[in-house]
Ligand binder design. Sequence first.
Ligand SMILES: Cc1cc2nc3c(=O)[nH]c(=O)nc-3n(C[C@H](O)[C@H](O)[C@H](O)COP(=O)(O)O)c2cc1C
Length: 183
Amino acid sequence: MTNAILRASHMPIQETPPFSAGEFRSAMRNVPGTVSIVTTGTRPGRHGLTLTSGCSLSTEPSRVLVCVNKNAGAHDMIKESRVFCWNILAAHHAGLAQTFSGQDGSKGDVRFTEGLWQALATGAPSLIEAICSFDCRVVEAHDAGSHTIFVGAVLAQTMNTDSEPLVYVKGTFAVPQVHDSRH
Ligand SMILES: Cc1cc2nc3c(=O)[nH]c(=O)nc-3n(C[C@H](O)[C@H](O)[C@H](O)COP(=O)(O)O)c2cc1C
């Protein structure tokens, strides 16, 4: 086993993979993602986008990460203000997720006319009915090609655990079914 690992670590890394960007996107369509909205800024200069590339990074200290496209309206503001709020959406937030992915052509602050928002520690908009909101100060920003990976130190959080979470898979919104392992 150890020899196999050593051999693998000495294999040259293929820089040009034997599949196209389209094939990579097709594979990624099958990976379920937690649907969230990342926000930054204060009224009337708020920005936010729908995002599935967020996750918990560390529990002690409490850290999360979000991957934001450099072309997204919120990107430069997160980079400059060094704050963001990561809002995990519930099943009834599919319409909000569409709005914050720009599907109705809206941009910037006008997106926040939908939903109820409040400020926690940083001032970035926190969705009152989100399953969880994590209000963060940016402690690291890593360049990652088309995206920047922002690592956030969580300064405040909220929880509404009665709702079901919203996921995105195979190009559509879905709600996970609870699996009872006793059956
Ligand atoms: C389900 C879903 C997941 C998305 N995930 C991400 C993501 O992880 N990172 C990202 O930068 N954009 C993601 N997007 C795209 C942005 O929401 C979209 O480009 C948005 O319009 C960017 O905001 P802007 O219009 O203010 O530039 C996602 C969109 C959808 C519908």
